[in-house]
Design a protein. Structure first.
Length: 468
């Protein structure tokens, strides 16, 4: 007797022929993770969103946002779509724009990979690159520039993926049901990198409606505000500083992040995320991006929470091809200090007491206060903050030149003469690499110890003392 034919649900059924590329969005595969998770008793599955036309999960919500804007009359024929994007949302929007006949103007940050920007331009989008290390309210930020462009460009509409609730609605309607069907309702844990919050909030809400016992865990990065806000209800600007990980973490609270749905946030370092990203390709044969690296590193950190019968679903947001110049480039990884090296590291400098914990001054304080602090502590440079967020620096050479030119500046705010902020590195960075980063234009490096949540400053003289 022949087996009865399998009956597919509407959600599982794939069209034989799509009228446009937009109909190919969704129904992405679920793949078992085998080697990386060896030693974890649970079944770990990856939802591979790179199978979407734009190679990322953002295709889903991009179309949902556009169609909702069309229904509301916010986006009219021949209009221009404007958005601040790290690249993937822009890709989803521009693909839909090509099909529907819209133009696109995107803003992004200078930390995003060149591959992401080039991909957007390949589809005809205009891309404006903005500085990363500024407050969201700063007129130079990619949030602010996109808002300004919406006012300046006629017949334009800003998608606003962070606060547009069509983002999480797309995942509630599509991604959540797919995961439930693919696991036959056996999923016990959802692990997702959190950026706009749309994926984790939409999927998590759907899954918890089906089974309230499902745990929803968000992966955060050091330099982002999500974890502390979830645990304390405090928005702490001291948590904010530059980080390398792409696609997750934020320095504000998007409306799409539903903290009631998310049970726990786990922070993953830039280094651990970067090292895990190529491991996924080399050990599992899956070419996924940096946020997948963060998510898998988070799963390993959380391994003690999993039991034999658990089914853990990790969402792989985007494709590894967008990180060829970064996490898949050995020279870049070496430059960032992510490869293990023998010899002395920044941690050794901190442990020996050669480098001190960071001393900073608010940018609104007068220059003469900075002079006094530097003198009292015998510092040749100092970091500058704005609302406790690191925004700049000042060294004695620049300070001397400024005072000689105009002695009156001593009463002015120190941020009027500040220089760029010192770069951040992980505490495991080799001294050999630190020495190449300290230059006449950049006399110090900030070292972050993620385990103790402390920041230290290392100067040229600190390095000289250990090299001699």
């Amino acid at each position: 007797m022949k087996n009865a034919p399998t009956v597919l649900s509407d959600n599982q059924r794939v069209k034989k022929i799509c009228d446009t590329i937009l109909e190919a969005i969704g129904n992405t595969p679920m793949v078992r993770i085998n080697r990386i998770t060896k030693g974890i008793p649970a079944t770990v599955l990856a939802k591979i969103e790179t199978f979407n036309p734009g190679n990322s999960i953002k295709d889903r919500m991009a179309v949902r946002m556009i169609e909702e804007a069309e229904r509301q009359g916010l986006l009219k024929p021949g209009g221009t779509i404007i958005e601040g994007t790290s690249g993937n949302t822009g890709m989803g929007l521009v693909i839909a724009a090509v099909v529907k006949g819209y133009k696109c103007v995107f803003t992004t940050t200078d930390k995003q990979s060149k591959e992401k920007v080039d991909a957007l331009k390949a589809f005809g989008a205009e891309v404006i690159v903005c500085p990363t290390n500024v407050d969201p309210e700063d007129p130079r930020s990619y949030y602010s520039v996109s808002s300004r462009l919406e006012k300046e460009i006629p017949n334009s509409w800003k998608a606003n993926q962070y606060d547009n609730l069509s983002n999480s609605a797309a995942h509630y309607e599509q991604t959540g049901p797919e995961i439930w069907e693919q696991t036959d309702g056996r999923i016990t844990h959802l692990v997702v990198g959190v950026g706009t919050g749309g994926t984790i909030s939409g999927v998590g809400r759907y899954l918890k409606e089906r089974n309230p016992k499902i745990k929803v865990w968000g992966i955060d990065t050091y330099g982002s505000v999500f974890k502390k806000y979830k645990e304390t209800g405090v928005f702490d600007k001291n948590e904010i500083y530059p980080y390398i990980t792409e696609g997750i973490g934020e320095d504000f609270l998007p409306k799409n992040v539903d903290f009631d749905v998310i049970d726990h946030f786990e922070k993953v370092t830039d280094k651990d995320a970067a090292l895990m990203t190529p491991r996924i390709a080399r050990e599992e044969g899956i070419f996924a991006g940096n946020s997948a690296g963060s998510a898998m590193a988070g799963v390993l950190q959380l391994r003690e929470n999993f039991k034999k019968d658990d089914v853990v679903v990790v969402i792989f947001h985007d494709h590894g091809s967008r990180y060829l110049g970064k996490m898949f480039n050995d020279d870049w990884m070496r430059e960032k200090g992510f490869f293990e090296k023998t010899g002395m590291t920044a941690r050794d400098l901190v442990a020996s007491g050669l480098s001190g914990e960071l001393l900073a001054i608010e940018g609104s304080e007068p220059v003469e206060t900075a002079v006094r602090l530097m003198s009292e502590n015998d510092f040749s440079q100092i970091s500058i903050t704005r609302d406790k967020r690191l925004v700049g620096s000042l060294n004695e050479t620049h300070l001397y030149e400024a005072l000689v030119q105009d002695p009156g500046i001593k009463g002015r705010p120190v941020d009027t003469i500040m220089q760029p902020a010192f770069p951040f590195v992980d505490i495991s960075t080799p001294v050999e690499l630190l020495s190449t980063m300290i230059t006449p234009a950049n006399p110090a490096v900030l070292v972050r110890d993620f385990k103790t949540d402390k920041t230290f400053i290392i100067t040229r003289s600190d390095v000289i003392r250990v090299l001699c």
